[in-house]
Ligand binder design. Sequence first.
Ligand code: SAH
Length: 344
Amino acid sequence: MHLTIDLTGRDVLVTGSEKSARQAVRRYQSSGANVYRLSTPEGVPGDGQLPERPFLVAVVDDGEAGWLPLVERCRDAGIPVAFEPAPGADGHVTLVGGGPGALDLLTVGAVDALRDADVVFYDRLAPYQELADLTSAELVDVGKQPGLHKVTQRDIEKLMVEAALLGKNVVRLKGGDPYVFGRGGEEVAACVAAGVPVRVISGVTSAISVPAAAGIPVTHREVSHMFTVVSGHAPLTEKEHTHLAGLGGTIVVLMGIGTLPQLAAGLRRAGMNSDMPMAVVERGYRPGQRTTIADLGTIETAATGCSNPAVLVIGEVVRVAEANRNHAEASAELSRLAASLLEA
Ligand code: SAH
């Protein structure tokens, strides 16, 4: 069960050893509660003043059985008790795929890892605007914004490793999936080399979800039974254009705005028909999401105003989205017509 209670100004007693309770303390503090601490079951620490009747007692599982009498007393007195898990093993890194930017496309694993983090290093493509609602961890922007000072990949790895070696639960939040053009493999290798435990939580990749945001299925029965995901970071070779054009499936390109003219020309040279449908989906799941549909022959002109982040889709599946959209519009039109006939 997941309950949201307004704790602003409420007295919350958090029990458990310092090490185990640190995240729970931060969480309750950031929710506006007056936090009181009891770190051993034996009694009141130092000069700590405990509230007479707390609104809530948060019992952190620090492996100490001595808290049970307190739990019993709370039950007898009708004071609610929240049981809190202690943070996992000390000093580790979790690479988290943040999905394409929509909160509801974060995985449960991602939400849990963020909640338990001490520090989060995030990029600009991750759903960073809502981070403060998901975690009370320290938030560090290592996003590579064009024109601004950029934190290099090696520096990011160094920051993560150093924080983990200090004993922190580190989350590295990345856009989409960490292993799809995300340099996740390098970050895992850096942790392994430094002896820091590391795990990866897969995310919803933009390669599939951004086309979906525009109604484009990357595969469709009898239309396309394969899709290839390509990086457009650098222009492709002639051989790659030939292979791609020869596959006959859907082509999805990430980071492809800069090299769009070369790609379209290359695929045409490789024999792909100029009337092959093509879509550019910009800012999927974000304000200003926009879809531009053209074909291989006209896309360069149609997409002149398009900018990153965007996903390109080349293939007959683009027509499926159009057909579905037309169908939806036609049904809406029919309903309107029926309604007006009924009124008349
Ligand atoms: N690991 C990421 C991809 C990183 S490469 C993933 O799995 O999605 C960065 C590219 O991803 C961008 O240039 C763009 O092509 C694409 N992208 C990521 N999020 C996007 C979004 N919300 N809308 C459109 N494109 C997006």
